[in-house]
Design a protein around this ligand. Structure first.
Ligand code: FES
Length: 150
């Protein structure tokens, strides 16, 4: 079992499944904090594991580190965040996360048909995009972009 406020960078990296260099980077952009022991070695509080886990989960959803940093600004650095602190963060972040979820839903729902990309490789491309006529409207997957931006 890991000690409360005396975790080494190696212990945190192992438990969180990240590289030590990633922890150093997160620290360099003030996403996480450590303290130095008498041997001038980095030590972390256990709650840093939750922060890193939330960072990883958000990044998997495509949330930028800048946005994560903005959300984490709501968390206290001088004490372990409480349930209420995390709730406050969640409320702050709600709008962006919901928009991202909606975007992914639309993407999922759009992938079965013609997305107007010009490939003409799907069965219904000739119906919706004969001779790639949507290319006149713009580049990229015209139907998909239209759907995602609705
Ligand atoms: S999916 Fe590419 S043009 Fe229809």
């Amino acid at each position: 079992m890991l000690e409360d406020a005396n975790l080494t960078v190696g212990q945190v990296a192992k438990r969180c499944g990240v590289k030590v260099s990633t922890l150093h980077y997160y620290e360099s952009i003030d996403l996480i904090r450590s303290w130095r022991n008498q041997g001038n070695q980095r030590r972390y509080k256990k709650e840093v594991i939750r922060r890193i886990s939330v960072i990883k989960a958000a990044q998997k959803m495509g949330v930028s580190l800048e946005s994560i940093k903005h959300a984490f600004a709501n968390l206290p650095n001088n004490r372990t965040p409480t349930q209420e602190d995390w709730q406050h963060l969640a409320n702050q972040w709600q709008a962006e996360l919901v928009a991202r979820i909606r975007y992914l839903e639309k993407l999922k729902n759009s992938l079965t048909g013609c997305i107007g990309c010009g490939c003409l490789s799907m069965k219904n491309c000739p119906i919706y995009n004969q001779d790639d006529h949507v290319a006149e409207e713009g580049d990229g997957a015209v139907f998909l972009e239209r759907e995602l931006n609705r």
